[in-house]
Ligand binder design. Structure first.
Ligand SMILES: Nc1ncnc2c1ncn2[C@@H]1O[C@H](COP(=O)(O)OP(=O)(O)OP(=O)(O)O)[C@@H](O)[C@H]1O
Ligand SMILES: [Mg+2]
Length: 274
């Protein structure tokens, strides 16, 4: 099951926007895709609620009787949206079960500095450093009239990370997302310029999303003890596909970690509370 995670500790860098688009692209390809928030804000879940049921289906986390988050039965592809500020154990857990991580980076110096720190932390994680979890950068909200794309490209090259291109700043993204849509759901004539910008990104993602039969980059999965449970933002996070639960090969590898404190707040869905 390919897992794509969208990561950048800088808030507002376009992670949820990017994750929604990758999920929508997968759905248009006929994949059974889940878009999961590893994020108490639950932006992706809120976006999914706005999405018309007639559009290609994107599933959200399933919630079982024990209030645990699960990949629903039958899912073949997972896209994970992550929160700003992610680091430490939370970042390590995402890397542990991601096949690829895309970092959307806005052009400012502050955004690049923050992304560089996030990249440096990723490089301390063996799965990312060894390339078993592939990394790439996408320029986000780039003004084509400036040299921002070139600056980002040079910066990514300096880090040794593939730069997949830039997505321009346009209200079309904002308006589409408000309606539960992505560029992939619009008429090609309406979104031609933006769809063209997505092409190199999709080209890079395609081998991850459509791996050759038998190909696997996943590490051997521990089946010791209760290794199938984890905590993400204070929730117990069970990452096994219901249909495949009896086959340990199909668990997404996670570790049991101590319970983190959970902040109470109106935006926290009930199932994320302790
Ligand atoms: N290409 C774009 N053009 C214009 N606006 C954009 C574009 N991409 C994202 N945005 C807007 O930028 C804002 C931040 O985007 P988004 O919510 O995807 O970022 P995020 O990284 O998920 O934020 P957070 O760290 O808070 O989760 C949103 O208002 C979104 O609509
Ligand atoms: Mg977000």
């Amino acid at each position: 099951m390919p897992v794509i995670a969208v990561v950048n500790r800088k808030g507002g860098s376009g992670k949820s926007t990017f994750a929604a688009h990758v999920a929508a692209w997968c759905a248009r390809q006929g994949h059974s895709v889940m878009l999961g928030d590893v994020d108490r804000q639950q932006s992706s879940r809120a976006w999914l609620k706005r999405r018309d049921a007639a559009l290609p289906t994107i599933a959200a986390w399933g919630i079982d009787q024990k209030n645990m988050l699960r990949v629903p039965t039958g899912i073949s592809h997972v896209v994970l949206d992550t929160p700003g500020g992610i680091h430490g154990f939370e970042l390590a857990r995402v890397v542990m079960f991601a096949d690829a991580i895309v970092m959307p980076v806005c052009p400012s110096m502050f955004d690049r500095e923050s992304a560089a720190a996030c990249h440096a932390e990723l490089m301390t994680l063996p799965r990312a450093a060894s390339g078993r979890c592939r990394l790439a950068v996408v320029g986000m909200r780039v003004d084509g009239r400036t040299n921002a794309a070139q600056t980002l490209s040079d910066w990514a090259q300096g880090l040794g990370v593939p730069y997949l291109g830039a997505l321009r700043e346009t209200q079309l993204y904002v308006r589409s997302l408000e309606r539960g849509l992505t560029m992939f759901d619009l008429a090609p004539s309406q979104a031609a310029a933006d769809l063209a910008q997505w092409e190199p990104i999709i080209d890079w993602l395609r081998p991850v999303l459509q791996p050759l039969p038998g190909a696997s980059t996943r590490e051997p999965i521990s089946t010791q003890g209760s290794a199938q449970e984890s905590l993400l933002h204070g929730s117990r996070f069970a990452v096994l596909s219901g249909a495949r639960a009896l086959n340990p090969e199909h668990y997404i590898p996670v570790r049991t970690l101590p319970q983190a404190p959970v902040t109470e707040g109106p935006e926290i869905p009930r199932f994320l509370k302790a």
